[in-house]
Design a protein around this ligand. Structure first.
Ligand SMILES: [Zn+2]
Length: 142
């Protein structure tokens, strides 16, 4: 059974718009929940994260609203940063191939990371880990 954990994010009094950079009073536009996969040693865990969408009060700003950032969870991501780091670190350390990484994640963390999902993470984070152009990355991208 999948364990579901509710994450109630803190709403700050003031926030910064990522588009215009204006520090402003937090004006909530809407609140919704996003499901994010996380690692857990004994069972699959799904985080139910409260996301806070706020309005940008800067009239000159093109962005009408934005989400408050949640620590450990990248924008638009459906999995936590540490789950991604685990997948990528595995490739760097063990020279593992994608199916092996996927299997490893399932085995060690009892969580699912499909081959295509992991491939997307790698493409996104390749620069950060500086193994772009490396034979490993080329092998992984095929
Ligand atoms: Zn703005």
């Amino acid at each position: 059974m999948i364990k579901i954990k509710n994450i109630k994010t803190r709403i700050p009094k003031r926030c910064i718009c990522p588009s215009c950079g204006l520090t402003q009073k937090t004006k909530i536009n809407k609140i919704y929940y996003k499901q994010v996969k996380d690692i857990c040693l004994d069972k699959e865990i799904l985080l139910n994260v409260r996301m806070v969408n706020v309005k940008c009060l800067n009239k000159a700003c093109k962005r009408r609203a934005f989400n408050l950032p949640v620590k450990g969870i990248s924008k638009l991501s459906r999995s936590t940063d540490r789950l991604r780091s685990e997948a990528i670190a595995g490739i760097v350390e063990d020279n593992s191939s994608l199916p092996r990484i996927s299997a490893r994640l399932r085995r060690s963390f009892n969580t699912t990371g499909s081959k295509s999902t992991i491939q997307r993470w790698i493409e996104k984070e390749a620069d950060k880990y500086q193994f772009k152009g490396n034979s490993l990355a080329l092998e992984s991208a095929s």
